[in-house]
Design a protein around this ligand. Sequence first.
Ligand code: NIG
Ligand code: FE
Length: 391
Amino acid sequence: MNEIRQIPQASVAIQEGRIAFVGTETEVMNALNGAEILETLDARGCLATPGLIDPHTHLVHGGSREHELALKRAGVPYLEILAQGGGILSTVQATRSASEQELYEKAYQSLNIMLLQGVTTVEAKSGYGLSIEAEQRQLRAAKRLSDNHPLEVVSTFMGAHAVPAEYKGKTNEYVDLVCGMLPQIAQLRLAEFCDVFCEKGVFTVEQSRRILLEAQRNGLLPKIHADEIESLGGAELAGELGAISAEHLLAASDKGLGMLAAGGVIPVLLPGTSFNLGLNKHARARDMIDKFKLPVALATDYNPGSCPTESMQLIMMLASLNLKMTPEEILAACSINAANAIARGDRLGSIEVGKQADIALFDVPNLAYLPYHFGINHTYGVIKNGQAVVW
Ligand code: NIG
Ligand code: FE
């Protein structure tokens, strides 16, 4: 992750949305060998990186939760607010009462913000509907967003995000319902991934296993919100299932991290969440990278509760501050590793010949400047699929 190749005075040639050549300006001009150039974009003085990829968000939802701010500041824990029927469940109410068009329009605004941050691809989870109809409504909105917005939206079904009020005390019955939703989600191609909030008081390891095995049977790749608050064994489960990614991992054990490595699971770290929840605890990124050789990815976790921000540039700063990641590691974590966390590593996540031309341009003198000069937006331009969508 520290071996990022940097090219001073670089040029990229793009043909039909794909990267045709990359190198120094002279190399690229030579490679073009007099071929006709239809358009030139001059980003002299900028840093060009792969378009950033945000591989973990709860993009589509109704409402917001600033009314819980006072409770949070009074020290009421996140899981306690949820247990009282607030938290995720309050967003479930707001989402259930929103139309598909309202969900679409709200999320569209968030995608605009993400794009201006230099993000070109985003993963979006359902999980605020918690009924067949409302989950599908969220996923349909995400699909339409992907069709209509310059950003690519990749969908994850997360029916097991919380136990809805009507199933309170009947978690196993709700797990049956979630398993029952999977065949139709798969058949309608509404999601590629399935995620579960494996946490104390939410879904146990056994319940998570049942859902994710059923997801695999239906052709969806498993993801797990694992060991965020308590060390339950979510990382171990991710390793056992060969999940594509495991998320949060603040409380993951050494055994769990070893199993992630053995199972080829990508840890997706969400430093914005621990920051916003005011936790003094952080995911052990250094151990993951140095000891376990894990390809760490970073994401916003954008959601109305634990992390209301669309800013990947803030996440970069927090990864430096709290996860002690280097600028090179941070860039790898927001690009190629993030692409692999959403099964797009063959097409996205690096500026390489043959890959889709998704490029972010930042008005910064060097890579370290990105996590260093914080709280402002450094984006100068964004190229998605060969098109300058921000300039
Ligand atoms: O990833 N941990 C569970 N889900 C989200 C929070 C969702 C919410 O609070 O609305 C997360 O942090
Ligand atoms: Fe999340």
